[in-house]
Design a protein around this ligand. Structure first.
Ligand SMILES: *Cc1c(COP(=O)(O)O)cnc(C)c1O
Length: 376
């Protein structure tokens, strides 16, 4: 029995939502080609299982060479950009053999060509410009020399890319600064790519020839969350992941009773409580602030007391009927309870929650009428 199978949290992935979100990315970035970013197992959505929903992508982007090999082995033959490039000669060979497009971001990578006989030459690479993020990439002044060096190695420079540090904060001027640097650095004759999801949603001036949506494909909004985000901030994305856990008990507690570790919550009146079978052991954040909700049917009900390793308590006094045991409670992934809201409650980002949650995953395609049960 695998680690996932013996969990009672269910993670249901909606392939139609992913297909729709990709269409949104296309509409927004008119004319640009799309690298669908599927690193970290497609942000927890199962990279290999969601590929059919991303069939309209022009190419894919992964973080590392292993991820690239995995999608090649699954029969995917579109271009695959490896965002971190290779960092060993073995990985350089793998990039050649599997036809991956590595990102060149460090001089050491160029030294690795010395004395390595590639069974297949690199089909091409992308050169990374550090326009201000201060993570991977060459300083703008180094770029011309690096491109010349790469070409001398017989490797075509297919494009140049850069990555924004703060595109999620719409008014942050550092994005303008990075964009100016990138425009000046990149030159004619090669493709360019700068936009992540946040820039696709907010910056038409940054589309260039290629865009790199990740989070938005999964239906979460990368922009800084604030309660009641207005309509014109609504990206009209469809959440692709729904997380549910069963009701394992319903209890009547009395005024003054305390709930959970540390007794941090005291019932102000008689309270009907449902115990839900999910906790931080499943990757649900223990740090949720008081008032964070789950959904029972279409009703939001608040978590009370501390989240335990494999359970949490919710106040269901407001419901006229109690749920039966085993009733699925939604932890996120409902139109009225988005992962963005839960992330805000724990001062993190949707990315982290999507990647951290663990459970039995299943993939559904309502449009195609296919219901694929959990694997492994
Ligand atoms: C993860 C990543 C992306 C996608 O970012 P999102 O915010 O998820 O859209 C794009 N480019 C690079 C270099 C990345 O690391």
């Amino acid at each position: 029995m695998s680690e996932r199978e013996n969990r009672q949290v269910n993670i249901s992935i909606d392939l139609a939502a992913i297909r729709y979100n990709l269409k949104r990315a296309r509409e927004l970035s008119v004319g640009a080609k799309i690298f669908s970013v599927i690193k970290a197992d497609a942000y927890g959505h199962g990279a290999l299982r969601i590929l059919p929903a991303l069939a309209d992508s022009d190419a894919f982007a992964v973080a590392n060479v292993s991820e690239g090999l995995a999608i090649r082995n699954a029969g995917q033959d579109k271009p695959v950009l490896v965002l971190q490039g290779f960092h060993s000669t073995q990985q350089l060979r793998d990039c050649g053999r599997a036809g991956l497009w590595p990102v060149i971001h460090h001089r050491e990578q160029l030294n690795m060509f010395d004395g390595v006989k590639l069974t297949a030459p690199l089909a091409g690479c992308w050169v990374k410009v550090d326009s201000g993020m201060g993570r991977l990439g060459f300083k703008p002044a180094e770029i011309p020399q690096i491109c010349t060096h790469v070409r001398q190695l017989g490797v075509p420079v297919l494009g140049m890319l850069t990555h924004y540090a703060s595109a999620d904060r719409v008014a942050d001027i550092s994005t303008d600064r990075q964009l100016r640097v990138f425009r000046k650095t990149s030159h004619a004759g090669v493709d360019r790519s700068a936009s992540n999801s946040a820039a696709i949603l907010t910056r038409r001036d940054s589309d260039f020839e290629w865009v790199r949506p990740g989070l938005m494909l999964y239906g979460a909004d990368p922009r800084e969350y604030h309660p009641g985000m207005s309509d014109n901030e609504d990206a009209a994305l469809q959440p692709a992941m729904r997380v549910t856990a069963p009701v394992i008990a319903v209890r009547e507690l009395k005024r003054g009773d305390r709930v959970g570790y540390g007794g941090t919550y005291e019932c102000k009146e008689n309270t009907r409580v449902a115990i839900v079978g999910a906790g931080y052991g499943d990757g649900y954040p223990r740090a949720v602030s008081p008032g964070t909700c789950v959904m029972l049917g279409n009703r939001r009900v608040p978590i009370i007391g501390r989240v335990s390793m494999d359970s949490m308590s919710v106040d269901i006094s407001a419901l006229s009927v109690s749920p039966p045991l085993d009733y699925p409670v939604t932890l996120w992934g409902h139109d009225s309870l988005r992962v963005d809201e839960i992330a805000d409650r724990v001062s993190t980002i949707a990315y982290e929650l999507l990647c951290s949650i663990r459970g039995k995953r299943s993939w559904h395609d309502p449009a195609a009428g296919i219901n694929v049960r959990a694997l492994k």
